[in-house]
Design a protein around this ligand. Structure first.
Ligand code: NAD
Ligand code: UFG
Length: 336
């Protein structure tokens, strides 16, 4: 089956392309390279021995999308393309609503014209807003604390309403917790542009000497060591969750939402310790004030995915930090 991967040269999309190929699907990629590099294509070929069809362009470009969907007989879309920086979204909300919401709606219209009735959407645990209870299950109320998060809430709403109006439509929203790690080959990983916002790439860049020290945002939270707790999930587990969700629901319709997390929370200091051990080096850090909008703890109840998709995360913290370190040492500046 031919499938389109939007944002397929980005961090999670590129790893998913490999997993889809290995599972017997034929993935075609569209990416506008706003947060990725065409060099990822070479890495995908290096890892799989296969060259993938790639289109450079925007998912909101109706003519280009019609051409791709029809020429390749696409039967499902894995939709990763989005802007994802929480802080930037508060400074440039319109860019986020335009790219993440308007372009997704435009893409759904193009899909409708071409008779493509399956979508797997990259949602986020951010749709749970400030947790009212832990662990977070899929029934937790939906909300957000920033424009990026609202774009995920809105697209989920669009997909629910669209499925309600179109009995053949299948939409699967996968709510990621904190994706980390890299491909075990060391040939593919996350290459954030500029200064990383997220913890794991910041630690990795500190360990390799690009950053002098890590700023730890708060050590006075109500957690086991005072630093923030999150549910880090290896990108390889995340992508196997996509394949499992698509396989299980491929003949279904309707809207389905799943948490993709491990259910296990680790603190910032736990992550520093685990990374130090993988990199065999001390990681310098400074304790700073809390970051606006951060919560103390956030972790998943991933039992719905386990029960219905027969999926659970298999990679432990050591493999998350070992794989990130391998990638970071092979490509200290990412792919250029
Ligand atoms: P990423 O930035 O590495 O990948 C996104 C890709 O989409 C990039 O290659 C970018 O160039 C491309 N893109 C953006 N807008 C586009 C457009 N209009 N048309 C075509 N291509 C476009 O991000 P990622 O970490 O791989 O995230 C993938 C998805 O998962 C995003 O939707 C993100 O919001 C979601 N998500 C990520 C995280 C995380 O922490 N990484 C957590 C939860 C959810
Ligand atoms: N942290 C630091 N220093 C840093 C970066 C992060 O101490 O330099 C801390 C944060 O305060 C937090 C933890 O590390 O306690 C994780 O922070 P991240 O920025 O890596 O991740 P978040 O949990 O804040 O957010 C991530 C994604 C969002 C997504 C959310 C879903 O960035 O896009 O997970 O749970 F919405």
């Amino acid at each position: 089956m031919n499938v389109l991967v939007t944002g397929g040269l980005g961090f999670i999309g590129s790893h998913t392309v490999i997993a889809l190929h290995q599972a017997g699907y034929t993935p075609v990629i569209i990416d506008n390279l706003s947060n990725s590099s065409e060099a990822v294509l070479t890495q995908l070929s290096k890892i799989t021995g296969h060259s993938f069809e790639f289109y450079r362009g925007c998912i909101g470009d109706d003519a280009l999308m019609q051409q791709i969907l029809t020429d390749h007989n696409i039967e499902g879309v894995f939709h990763f393309a989005a802007l994802k920086a929480v802080g930037e979204s508060t400074e440039q909300p319109l860019a986020y609503y335009r790219n993440n919401v308007s372009n997704t709606v435009a893409m759904l219209e193009t899909m409708a014209k071409c008779g493509v009735e399956r979508i797997v959407f990259s949602s986020s645990a951010t749709v749970y807003g400030d947790p009212q209870y832990l662990p977070l299950d899929e029934k937790h109320p939906i909300s957000s604390t920033n424009p990026y998060g609202w774009t995920k809430v809105m697209v989920e709403r669009v997909l629910q309403d669209y499925c309600a109006a179109n009995e053949k439509m299948l939409a699967i929203a996968l709510r990621y917790f904190n994706p980390v790690g890299a491909h075990p080959s060391g040939e593919l990983g996350e290459s954030p542009k500029g200064i990383p916002n997220n913890l794991m790439p910041y630690i990795a860049q500190t360990a390799v000497g690009i950053r002098e020290y890590l700023n730890i945002f708060g050590d006075d939270y109500d957690t086991h060591d005072g630093t923030g707790v999150r549910d880090y999930i290896h990108v390889q587990d995340l992508v196997s969750g996509h394949v499992a969700a698509f396989d299980v629901h491929v003949k279904d319709s309707g809207f389905h939402a799943y948490n993709l997390g491990t259910g296990q929370g680790y603190s910032v200091l736990d992550m520093v310790k685990a990374f130090s051990s993988s990199a065999q080096t001390e990681i310098a850090y400074k304790i700073c004030p809390r970051r606006d909008g951060d919560v103390a703890s956030n972790y998943a109840d991933a039992s719905k995915a386990r029960q219905i998709l027969n999926w659970h995360a298999k990679h432990d913290l050591k493999s998350m930090t070992d794989d990130t370190w391998r990638w970071q040492t092979n490509y200290p500046k990412g792919l250029e």
